[in-house]
Design a binder for this molecule. Structure first.
Ligand code: ADP
Ligand code: MG
Length: 471
């Protein structure tokens, strides 16, 4: 029996990180009081006129560039007409005919290979108000009305839930790193609708659309459950209808919301209240040049510094660490990232602080990393002075001095300790000379123990080798 193959296309809505709304000067941001960030434009009062938020266009353009889209140099807005209480104008301003970007792609890694997921288009639109249904009443909160959105529509290019999840992770990473959107699915600043169909042939099956799923892992579950449901319907002689469904995490299944009436007619027509926008080459170039170093480029840099794959992903997951590392181009990034991901992160978590709350200046951090790199201070010293480094304005040298922290660099003292250890470990010296290099580590360990970790490791290493060769 031939298996059914899945086909998936995804529509993502992302709130843009602007200060104000798409077409008004109302604030766009977190607000606990309902209907606070509103004005006559957001409420669709007759006689009001929309004014395009230039920064929103810039963010959308940035997204279009990063998604490898062809940019529409001349674009305009359209009215999508429909009636619903969360949309008092009776139409949503969107871009139907000239989306800012078309024909792009996102590269994902799947089973060790890269695959391009086609982007059909990315367009700018305004969000609607939020309806809240409580008991037998409905409420409207217009804080969200007019919030700038981009909608990113893929081609039906994904073949499995893993590809869909990889696509969403990648998309989120791009939009987040370029400061285009917060991309918080749990807070609704990133929302996705998943179109799923199954077929045994090349011809695509009829699809359903599952809306507003709460997390990327739920997207994976929803796709698999929806495909399973469709297969059961088809195997029982039924047919799939174009319908809108939602995913219930609790029951792990998709639930019918409404059947799509044939051909929704939104009577799209040009928004006559907004003039055509022209994106000049200079402007596009400027926006392109403002794009920060993106995660894939950063991964390459980390790889060159021999940071492990696991740590590379940990750094990328924590943008503050990744951004902090951008301050340095001539230090050992492997050591630096180990400190940041290890002791420093643990400290910050414990104290409930952010890196920017600390007094760890770039200069101070550089000094410490370089000293560790050259073996001039043992790791233990770093641990001892960590709190001082992060909490005081003192330089590294001042901290070491003020706390009487000794890094034994006195050759004579070390020489004595090394020889004592060697005298007590004669069999080990023979083993070492017979080619067991590991023994050196053991001897180093003994010396570090003796000095309570305060000896200068590179100096110890040097003396140890010299003294062994004399025996
Ligand atoms: P609508 O206008 O109803 O939103 P679109 O043609 O814009 O429909 O497609 C919406 C999404 O559905 C796109 O991401 C597209 O790739 C996806 N899609 C279209 N046909 C199929 C199909 N047969 N199976 C799965 N996804 C599909
Ligand atoms: Mg759609």
């Amino acid at each position: 029996m031939t298996e059914y193959k899945k086909t998936i296309g995804i529509e993502v809505h992302c709130e843009l990180k602007t200060n104000t709304k798409m077409f008004s000067t109302s604030l766009n941001g977190y607000q606990t009081i309902a209907n606070k960030n509103i004005c006559a434009i957001d409420l669709g009062y007759p006689g009001t006129l929309p004014i395009v938020n230039k920064y929103a266009v810039e963010l959308a353009l940035k997204a279009a560039i990063l998604l490898n889209c062809k940019i529409n140099r001349t674009m305009h807005f359209d009215r999508k007409n429909y009636f619903y209480p969360d949309l008092p104008k009776g139409y949503q301003i969107t871009q139907a005919r000239t989306p800012i970007g078309v024909n792009g792609y996102v590269e994902i890694e799947i089973d060790g290979k890269t695959k391009k997921i086609g982007i059909h288009d990315i367009h700018i639109e305004e969000d609607t108000a939020k309806s809240i249904h409580k008991e037998d009443k409905s409420y409207l909160d217009f804080n969200r009305a007019g919030v700038p959105l981009i909608e990113i529509v893929t081609e039906p290019d994904m073949k499995s839930s893993s590809e869909a999840m990889a696509y969403l992770e990648k998309l989120k990473e791009i939009l987040y790193y370029a400061d285009i959107s917060d991309c918080k699915m749990e807070e609704g600043s990133m929302r996705c609708d998943v179109n799923v169909s199954i077929s045994k042939t090349e011809k695509l099956g009829v699809r359903t659309e599952t809306k507003n799923i709460g997390s990327i892992s739920s997207v994976g579950l929803a796709i698999n459950e929806e495909a399973k449901r469709q297969e059961e319907v088809l195997e029982n002689g039924g047919s799939i209808k174009e319908e809108t469904r939602r995913y219930s995490e609790l029951e792990n299944k998709t639930i019918l919301m409404r059947v799509k009436e044939t051909g929704n007619d939104y009577r799209y027509f040009p928004e006559a209240d907004i003039p055509y926008l022209t994106l000049t080459e200079e402007y596009i170039e400027k926006v392109k040049n403002d794009i920060p170093i993106m995660p894939n480029e950063r991964r390459k840099i980390y790889k060159k510094h021999e940071i492990s794959e696991i740590n590379i992903e940990k750094i990328i997951q924590d943008k503050t660490i990744s951004d902090y590392l951008l301050n340095f181009d001539d230090i050992n990034l492997k050591i630096a990232s180990n400190l940041l991901l290890g002791d420093i992160k643990a400290y910050l978590n414990k104290e409930n602080k952010k890196l920017s709350d600390t007094k760890l200046t770039i200069e101070k951090f550089k000094t410490v990393v370089n000293k560790l790199d050259k073996g001039e201070i043992p790791n233990k010293v770093f641990k001892d002075i960590l709190a001082n480094l992060l909490e005081t304005e003192k330089t590294f040298d001042e901290i070491v001095k003020d706390n009487n922290i000794e890094t034994i660099s006195d050759t004579k003292a070390l020489l004595e300790i090394v020889n004592n250890i060697l005298n007590n470990n004669e069999p080990s010296i023979i083993e070492y000379k017979n080619g067991h290099d590991r023994i050196l580590k053991f001897l180093m360990g003994q010396i570090m123990k003796e000095t309570k970790g305060s000896a200068n490791p590179s100096l110890v290493n040097k003396i140890l080798l010299e003294e062994i060769s004399k025996r």
